[in-house]
Write a protein that binds this ligand. Structure first.
Ligand code: ATP
Ligand code: MG
Length: 360
């Protein structure tokens, strides 16, 4: 392990304890630096770009250590931070971890072993997070290129076909209308696939910020978006009107609701297709249930419907790209939640979205 560590603590005695403990690490080359408050911590991080781990005292003067975290990550999002908490402030550790610190250690627990373990743990986690972020970024830029490079030849195909339709004599058009429809339909299908694929790869993107969101309003928006489909199929979207308010990305949860509701109406042969949305609460989660009176899903297919591109029906029967539920599942997981389904063939399906409840 080769690390440069910044000790941030307002007490010179506590900094001394940490420095001595670090010096006890067997066979390690450790460079230590010190700061006594948030401002000097940020300044040192600006100056010393090679620092890869910060030992951060929770009780810094003025602003507390928790607030300092955001400043630290704005300078370098790949820094490993171990929060050093005082006696009885372990709950702070949980907050610190939520804000991005990788580990914590109570002052009363500081020994060479514990400190070394926390630093190794924090730096390894940071390294892993950096790799995941890089992979996500490369996937997103790949998706971006895919969307732009594939859509433009598709546009050319459409334009060429439109030109043909204008120029060809009537009887040739009539004789070949099936082929032309086939080509246009194919181009249309590839286009929706590209758009769906782009949506799928962007679920984890930074642009989807979280906020406190009333799900009743999201359902109203979905009802308005699907108005034409609902009317065309004589279908109903029924909501208990008592859905909760949760902390989420509104566009993503709206997209999830819309995908599940439109599946419930699409895979449905009832006279009046219906999707009912209701919610109930467990100790830790909200369970949002979407039940339909559709065709149902065989038990042995239930675990595969969430896989990308897995479809149980052919396009001739029901149209689709096979990315709807895969995207929904990714969205649920990004919200620390889950999405699952139970179903009975010929009766209907119930999709359950489990999301962490807001603290009281
Ligand atoms: N409510 C449902 N009832 C019955 N089958 C369903 C239901 N929802 C999904 N399925 C089955 O699961 C498959 C995957 O659904 P998913 O929403 O991922 O894709 P899709 O509807 O085929 O395409 P897309 O939503 O991307 O346009 C569907 O093809 C369908 O066979
Ligand atoms: Mg779908």
């Amino acid at each position: 392990m080769s690390v440069s560590i910044l000790i941030v603590d307002d007490s010179p005695e506590d900094r001394e304890v940490l420095r001595r403990t670090l010096a006890e690490f067997p066979g390690e080359e450790i460079a230590t630096y010190e700061a006594s408050d948030e401002a000097s911590c940020l300044m040192r991080l600006h100056e010393l770009r090679h620092i890869n781990c910060v030992l951060l005292d929770y009780s810094l003067p003025g602003r507390d250590g928790l607030k300092a975290l955001s400043g630290i990550f704005s300078i370098n999002p790949d820094l490993a931070v171990v929060m050093i908490t005082g006696y009885g402030s372990e709950h702070i550790a949980v907050e610190a971890m939520k804000l991005g610190a990788q580990d914590y250690l109570s002052k009363s627990m500081i020994t060479a072993d514990n400190l070394q373990r926390a630093i190794v743990n924090a730096t390894e986690r940071t390294e892993m997070r950096r790799k995941i972020r890089e992979q996500q970024e490369s996937l997103q830029s790949f998706a971006h290129v895919l969307v732009h490079d594939l859509r433009s030849p598709l546009r050319s195909i459409r334009t060429a076909i439109d030109g043909l339709i204008e120029d060809l004599p009537g009887e040739v058009l009539t004789d070949n209308s099936e082929i032309l429809d086939f080509v246009l339909d194919g181009a249309e299908r590839v286009d929706s696939l590209i758009v769906a694929l782009e949506g799928y790869t962007q679920v984890d993107g930074e642009q989807n910020r979280f906020a406190v969101v009333d799900l009743n309003l999201q359902v109203d928006a979905v009802r308005a978006n699907l108005m034409v489909d609902l009317k065309a199929q004589n279908a109903r979207l029924v909501s208990s009107g008592e859905l909760p308010t949760i902390y989420c990305s509104a566009p993503q949860i709206g997209q999830l609701i819309q995908n599940i509701v439109s599946n419930g109406i699409k895979y449905n042969r009832s006279e009046v297709p219906e999707v009912r949305i209701s919610a109930r609460q467990t100790e830790t989660h909200w369970l949002i249930e979407f039940s339909d009176n559709g065709i149902g899903i065989e038990a042995n297919s239930l675990n595969r419907i969430f896989d990308p591109f897995h479809r149980l029906h052919r396009d001739q029967e029901f149209d689709g790209t096979g990315l709807g539920l895969a995207t929904c599942k990714k969205i649920a997981e990004r919200h620390n939640g889950s999405l699952y389904c139970r179903s009975e063939v010929g009766v209907g399906s119930v999709f359950t979205l489990a999301l962490p409840a807001l603290p009281e």
